[in-house]
Design a protein around this ligand. Structure first.
Ligand SMILES: Nc1nc2c(c(=O)[nH]1)N[C@H]1C(S)=C(S)[C@@H](COP(=O)(O)OP(=O)(O)OC[C@H]3O[C@@H](n4cnc5c(=O)[nH]c(N)nc54)[C@H](O)[C@@H]3O)O[C@H]1N2
Ligand SMILES: Nc1nc2c(c(=O)[nH]1)N[C@H]1C(S)=C(S)[C@@H](COP(=O)(O)OP(=O)(O)OC[C@H]3O[C@@H](n4cnc5c(=O)[nH]c(N)nc54)[C@H](O)[C@@H]3O)O[C@H]1N2
Ligand code: SF4
Ligand SMILES: [Mo]
Length: 578
């Protein structure tokens, strides 16, 4: 049988997928152009957990559900924490929030991902409406800023292949090698670069004055703020030349420009300011509300969609969660022992939890530590529906095959709601609720109703309809001393799912040998890894991919100043030969 569904993964592309007798394929039409990516091409190679277990002993699913009920019965609701990640990005995954919120448990808030950048966007524009792929298609120049599309959003590539490409990234990524201009900036130098670009645009009289007068009238004050930056010293510091700035401004002159940002720019305490300074440059260029122009980031995938579930609950941050404050912790769609910052802290805190429950697909650090393991059904074996953070599509995900293992989020919630007398509608009810937000396109695909192709046509979403510029910024970012940790996404894993990396990537100038074991240390901890020599990485950087075991021993669980986000690249590191 040939059925259409969608990839469930936390990924920009949110691809439509054809399930053809056990094989997964992309559709020829539209954004997928017939290809998927390594994760889905090899989806059936990754062994799922089949049997539930309690304290290391395999049990049946019925026994596991009974155990979960017992555990919850023996805990006060204030002693229960529900920690949910986005291992599966679809909308029905939230049904467990409904059960736990109604039960009186604590839920999480904050972000390990894009929260700082999003906060910066909202401060400037009043909302996070994304420039969708369909608009990027109409642009002439694309500035890829802290995003690695060959790895994390490969379906962007066919869209931008004939455009002028500019890349700003400390790593010489594949897209950087294809670009007309690559600024291999020092990590965390982006705020200064963005402010200097605005300043030079103003000096050259190349700003979109009509836009600024109408929608960003404080621009002269912002220009003054940019004058606090000492040009020569700062350019030296961030390793950018005046020639590169001139070249960039020349390439975008009188062109339709899309600035395509990724999470790489904002893994710092002032990540919100970095994003806001990039947005300010976009405002100076008058990119908002214009066809084929704008800023793309991780948009709000739930924009114009409300939740049918009860999600009102006490919440604690998912960045520095004190697991030990809870008797029972239910972890779903996440591997916090690897993916949260400051792993040594997480390990200590999780160890003290009396009942650690893991509800997921794969074995990992968290399933190993769990008392009760409940296997989930994968996306092929359950009903769901999803949206995207980079396009306006809404994709139906019907069950396309049966499996005898695992349980869906809905079925688990239905069981628990029944046992604890909590009201829950049928699965069809919720699926239909979400489908009511869908509008069919001429080509048969569906998109979320009321989403604008070109957002901000009538001005920004702030109180006064104007863009709000930064009024101050941190001039004392530490760009010297020790080495920068860069921790981006790996091509073979999706964070800690699938094939995880196990090396540290270093420039040859450190004098180390391929496959030599080194210890990388920070103020938080250390990790031993095998060296891979990679001259695409700057000589002041230590690159360890997300999902590599132990990488978060090095990172801090402090929050970004705005946006309640993790700051995976704030800690400096050193290399010790073993
Ligand atoms: N294959 C694969 N795809 C994925 C994922 C995965 O794990 N694997 N994860 C998914 C998820 S959860 C997310 S959030 C997205 C994220 O996807 P992206 O937004 O692409 O994020 P990253 O790979 O973390 O970083 C992107 C780029 O930022 C650069 N960078 C690092 N520091 C800086 C800096 O200070 N300044 C600048 N200008 N650039 C910097 C890195 O070198 C990297 O090339 O990808 C999704 N897609
Ligand atoms: N050093 C470093 N750390 C990082 C990052 C980084 O770039 N560098 N990136 C951060 C970012 S952007 C993110 S988004 C987080 C991601 O961190 P996590 O949310 O922990 O994501 P994953 O590691 O992908 O783990 C997802 C888990 O979901 C489970 N799962 C998959 N599908 C389903 C399903 O259908 N149902 C259920 N119940 N479970 C399922 C799988 O078993 C898997 O273990 O990591 C963050 N951590
Ligand atoms: S590119 Fe992203 S959405 Fe598409 S199949 Fe791969 S992981 Fe899924
Ligand atoms: Mo993410």
């Amino acid at each position: 049988m040939n059925s259409v569904t969608a990839c469930p993964l936390d990924c920009y592309d949110a691809c439509t997928v054809i399930y053809d007798n056990g094989r997964l394929k992309g559709i020829k039409e539209g954004q997928t152009q017939g290809f998927l990516c390594p994760h889905l091409n090899h989806y059936d190679k990754y062994e799922q957990i089949h049997m539930p277990r309690y304290k290391g002993k395999e049990i049946s699913l019925d026994e596991a559900l009974l155990k979960l009920k017992e555990i919850l019965n023996s805990s006060k609701s204030s002693e229960v924490l529900h920690y949910r990640g986005h291992g599966n990005f679809a909308l029905m995954q939230e049904v467990t929030d409904h059960f736990f919120a109604s039960f009186g448990a604590t839920l999480i808030d904050g972000s390990l991902c894009d929260g700082a950048g999003e906060a910066g966007i909202i401060e400037g524009r009043g909302s996070n409406l994304n420039m969708p792929l369909s608009e990027i298609q109409k642009s002439e120049v694309v500035i890829i800023w802290g995003r690695n599309p060959h790895t994390t959003s490969s379906h962007l590539l066919p869209i931008i292949k004939d455009k002028t490409i500019i890349v700003i990234d400390p790593v010489k990524t594949k897209i950087a090698k294809m670009a007309s201009l690559h600024i291999q900036i020092k990590p965390h130098g982006d705020l200064f670069l963005a402010m200097l670009l605005s300043r030079f645009l103003h000096i050259e009289n190349s700003c979109d004055e009509e836009f600024l007068e109408k929608y960003a009238s404080e621009y002269e004050e912002y220009y003054e703020l940019t004058q606090n930056i000492r040009i020569k010293a700062t350019l030296n510091e961030i390793d950018v030349t005046l020639g590169q700035i001139g070249h960039l401004l020349e390439l975008i002159k009188n062109k339709k420009v899309a600035i395509v940002c990724g999470v790489g720019i904002q893994k710092y305490s002032d990540g919100a300011d970095v994003m806001r300074a990039i947005d300010a440059f976009a405002a100076f260029l008058g990119l908002f509300g214009k066809e084929g122009c704008g800023v793309a980031y991780l948009g709000n995938s739930r924009d114009k969609i409300t939740s049918p579930f009860n999600t009102k609950a006490k919440r604690v941050s998912k960045i520095n969660t004190e697991f030990k404050n809870y008797k029972t912790v239910f972890i779903q769609g996440s591997n916090p022992l690897s993916q949260m910052p400051d792993s040594l802290r997480v390990k200590k805190s999780i160890k003290e939890v009396e009942n650690l429950v893991y509800f997921g697909l794969y074995e990992n650090e968290t399933s190993e530590a769990a008392d009760l393991v409940i296997p989930a059904k994968n996306f092929l074996n359950k009903e769901d529906i999803r949206t995207s953070y980079s396009h306006h599509g809404i994709m139906f995900m019907p069950k396309v095959s049966e499996s005898e293992f695992g349980i869906s989020e809905y079925d688990l919630s239905a069981y628990m709601c029944k046992e604890f007398n909590i009201e829950l509608q049928t699965e069809e009810f919720y699926l239909q609720y979400f489908k009511n937000f869908a509008l069919q396109n001429e080509d048969g695909s569906w998109q979320v109703k009321m989403r604008e192709e070109t957002p901000y046509k009538e001005g920004l979403d702030t109180d006064d309809g104007e863009f709000h510029f930064l009024e101050e910024f941190d001039q004392n970012i530490n760009l010297k001393e020790k080495l920068f940790l860069i921790t981006p996404k790996s091509a073979t894993s999706l964070n800690s799912q699938f094939k995880r990396d196990n090396s540290v990537y270093l420039h040859s100038s450190h004098g180390l040998h391929e496959d030599e074991i080194v210890t990388i240390t920070s103020a938080k901890g250390s990790v031993k890894l095998k060296v891979k020599i990679d001259n695409d990485v700057r000589d002041d950087c230590v690159l360890i991919y997300s999902g590599t075991k132990g990488v978060n021993n090095l990172t801090s669980s402090k929050h970004s100043l705005d946006g309640k986000n993790a700051i995976f690249q704030e800690e400096k590191v050193e290399i010790l030969s073993v």
